[in-house]
Design a protein around this ligand. Structure first.
Ligand SMILES: [Zn+2]
Length: 72
């Protein structure tokens, strides 16, 4: 199942880093960051707790870009 989140990221390079970090997160089938629209689209694996996965995504994204934000 796919869900879209509003994000805040300063440049396209950081957006790409966020995308890579999100994709590596457990429970994520696929992730796409759109820098122009400041959106993160997450395709979750079946039977995962979306809230927990999103917290993990945020943690992983902050590791690569301290200042990024995901509005959960
Ligand atoms: Zn940047």
């Amino acid at each position: 199942m796919k869900k879209s989140y509003r994000i805040e990221v300063d440049c396209a390079a950081c957006a790409l880093k966020m995308e890579t970090a999100a994709k590596k997160t457990c429970g994520v089938k696929d992730a796409t960051v759109n820098f122009m629209t400041q959106k993160l689209i997450v395709d979750f694996e079946d039977d995962v707790k979306k809230e927990e996965v999103m917290q993990e995504i945020l943690t992983n994204c902050r590791k690569v870009n301290r200042d990024c934000e995901i509005f959960l």
